[in-house]
Structure formats: structure tokens, C-alpha cells
Write a protein that binds this ligand. Structure first.
Ligand code: S3P
Length: 167
């Protein structure tokens, strides 16, 4: 079973994925990290040197090509579900989980990790808040297609929701 974690930048997809996978005895892939390792550069460098479209193609290739007969938890990047038919493919290949965390939680996390994220690296706090509102409005219709919406649930609760869904 593939389990895809989706949601806005800073909602904690990597954190949840890293902790969830061992509890399920699944492997774990962080899609941003997978792309960085394959390309030999950071996501920020890929955006700067090769452009966003190039990065989006790499995300799409991964989603299209991953073998669905494996047990893996995958943390996707915040934009991955919102390009091409990625969300439909993820829904076909496995379980999709939307971490629809609160704005407050997300902005606190984003504030700390801003420098790593090319889309927000240069924004002030006020601009970041506006960016969140605008970007989420555009992306929510894609995230909403996920099969489970877990809100601010902790990892144990998410685990119970997945088990209920699988069984
Ligand atoms: C992006 C989110 C990032 C990363 C890239 C673009 C986005 O991943 O894929 O910087 O478009 O929202 P995280 O959601 O892990 O920050």
C-alpha cells in the first residue's frame, strides 16, 4: 500500500511521514529529498537553475512511475498534488492523507524553515500570511480530493484512521 501525505508547505508532512512509517512498518520517502538526492542539488537550487517547470516534471515522473505494490509512506511537496493529474494518480495508486493543519501552526513552521523554500524565502511575515491565504485558496480544491482529512490530529490518531481505512 502506498500512503501519500499531502498539504500546504510547513504543515508537517515530513515530520508525520518519518514517524508514521516505522509504526506501520512501511518504508519512507520524502519526495523533495528523493529529488534532491537524484539531482544532486537542493530544491531551491533546482528552482533557481532549472526552473519550476523542470521540478514539477520530476514530481510527476515520480508519482507516475512509483510501483503501487510496495508499502511506503510518501511525503509529497506542497505543490505536487496541484499539477497535472497527480492527485488522481495518487488516489488511484494508494491512500491520500491531507494534513489540513491550522494556519497558525503552519505559519509558525514556515517561519522557521523559510530559507529552504524558494517560493517564500524572500517574504516578510505579513507577505507570508497573505501568500498563505492566496496560495491555499488555489490549492485547497486539489488537497480536498484526498481520501482522509486529518486536521490537527496527532500521529497516533492518524495511524488509527489509516488502519480503519485499510481494514
Ligand atoms: C513547494 C513546496 C515544497 C517544495 C517546493 C515547492 C510548493 O515542499 O516541494 O519548495 O509549491 O508548495 P514542502 O511542502 O515540503 O515545503
Amino acid at each position: 500500500m502506498l500512503i501519500f501525505l499531502v498539504g500546504f508547505m510547513g504543515c508537517g508532512k515530513s515530520y508525520v511521514g518519518r514517524h508514521l512509517a516505522p509504526l506501520l512498518q512501511y518504508d519512507y520517502i520524502d519526495l523533495d529529498k528523493f529529488i534532491e538526492d537524484n539531482e544532486g542539488m537542493s530544491v531551491k537550487e533546482i528552482f533557481e537553475q532549472k526552473g519550476e517547470a523542470y521540478f514539477r516534471n520530476l514530481e510527476q515522473n515520480f508519482i507516475n512511475n512509483i510501483d503501487a505494490q510496495q508499502n511506503i509512506v510518501i511525503s509529497t511537496g506542497g505543490g505536487a498534488p496541484c499539477f497535472f493529474d497527480n492527485m488522481e494518480i495518487m488516489n488511484t495508486k494508494g491512500i491520500t492523507i491531507y494534513l489540513n493543519r491550522s494556519k497558525k501552526t503552519t505559519l509558525e513552521r514556515l517561519h522557521k524553515g523559510k530559507h529552504k523554500r524558494p517560493l517564500i524565502a524572500d517574504l516578510s511575515d505579513e507577505e507570508l500570511s497573505d501568500f498563505y491565504d492566496e496560495r491555499l485558496a488555489g490549492r485547497k480544491p486539489f488537497y480536498d480530493k484526498a481520501q482522509l482529512h486529518v486536521g490537527d490530529a496527532d500521529i497516533e490518531t492518524i495511524l488509527a484512521m489509516i488502519r480503519e481505512k485499510i481494514n
